[in-house]
Design a protein around this ligand. Structure first.
Ligand code: ASP
Length: 347
């Protein structure tokens, strides 16, 4: 009995020590998010201070939407969806509202998501009336037995899931329409001259072939996720699908290596399997995330002639965001206090 107060003190101090230790340990797990608004950044000469401010404030809103969820202990998947939805709802970016037009003057949207813990993935391609393609991709991942749904079937599934549906004109913006008219004029002129639509398309400027949004995140539980959403390529035809909904090309996540979301000339990203290639280099060649992303974007793709970039994150919270195009809209925020938001140019 004599020792009781001592025992009690020991117990209490062990308890309070435990109380202090757990939150400290929990805080040590880094978390971070990176987002992109496409590799089709406006050239510096056309960028006014007002435009720059509008882009930067939307990028900041998106990265913060995801970061806040991560800080609250929510999953990387939730953070990726939240960040992408901010960009889908903005007319500034080529995804959701503000998506580019097809050759026939409509919008066909692609999106995908992958969870790096479970390696589950969901994707949709060529959807016309689903307000948030990234939310539908998540439904495909979680509520269907498939990985990718396309066109009308994907829309039937969206209705069954009770998703928000809109008229295709919801995605209209004047700026994208003017861009379609310019692209079509060039395409038609070149097609007449060359007598070949494919060759004419090859000659179309890169600005018509790039623009997308995406996010990658690492949560407090140490899990990675990646997602991408796009209207694809201006004046696309014949049901063209790019890399954004293709798991391994435009989107990939694996806790064993990294999470990647791509933006760029999709035909190259599909053939070079860009997102998965970066993660494979991290996993099997033991390259750092920076080295792996740099090799694929600035060596492999440059050699092939593929324009674009990626955002990538690894399980330690390292972030790489290389691009070989003229510019890229990007933002990132980490629990280590590092933040970067802006329109990055090589010009
Ligand atoms: N990768 C997209 C596509 O080819 C476009 C982009 O990301 O810039 O559809």
């Amino acid at each position: 009995m004599k020792n009781f107060p001592l025992k009690l003190a020991c117990l209490l101090s062990a308890f309070s020590l435990a109380n202090i230790t757990f939150p400290v340990l929990a805080e040590q797990q880094p978390f971070a998010i990176a987002i992109h608004g496409g590799a089709g950044a406006i050239s510096q000469s056309k960028m006014t201070p007002e435009k720059r401010k509008r882009y930067e404030s939307k990028l900041s809103e998106a990265v913060n939407a995801g970061y806040q969820l991560l800080a609250q202990g929510k999953s990387s998947q939730q953070a990726v969806i939240a960040a992408i939805q901010v960009l889908e709802q903005s007319p500034l970016f080529n995804a959701g509202k503000g998506a580019v037009y097809t050759f026939d003057g409509t919008h066909e949207l692609d999106a995908s998501i992958m969870n790096g813990k479970t390696l589950n993935a969901g994707a949709v391609s060529g959807v016309k009336t689903v307000k948030s393609p990234i939310a539908l991709a998540e439904q495909v991942m979680e509520k269907s037995v498939h990985v990718m749904l396309s066109g009308e079937g994907a829309e039937q599934f969206a209705k069954r899931q009770g998703m928000a549906m809109v008229d295709n004109s919801y995605f209209d913006t004047d700026a994208r329409y003017r861009s379609l008219l310019r692209a079509k004029k060039k395409l038609i002129e070149k097609e007449q001259e060359l007598k070949d639509f494919q060759a004419a398309h090859q000659l179309l400027d890169t600005e018509y072939k790039v623009g997308t949004v995406g996010a990658v995140a690492l949560d407090k539980q140490g899990n990675l996720s990646a997602g991408t959403s796009t209207g694809g390529m201006t004046a696309k035809r014949f049901g063209r699908i790019g890399d954004a909904p293709i798991i391994g090309a435009g989107t990939y996540a694996n806790n064993a290596s990294c999470a990647v979301s791509a933006t760029g000339h999709g035909e190259y990203f599909i053939r070079y399997h860009v997102a998965a290639d970066i993660c494979a280099r991290v996993q099997y060649q033991k390259l750092s995330l920076n080295e792996a992303a740099d090799q694929v974007i600035n060596q492999v793709l440059v050699k092939a002639g593929g324009s674009g970039g990626v955002i990538a994150i690894d399980p330690k919270g390292n972030i790489a965001m290389p691009f070989n195009s003229k510019g890229m809209y990007r933002a990132s925020k980490s629990s280590n206090g590092q933040t970067s938001i802006g329109i990055f140019h090589h010009e």
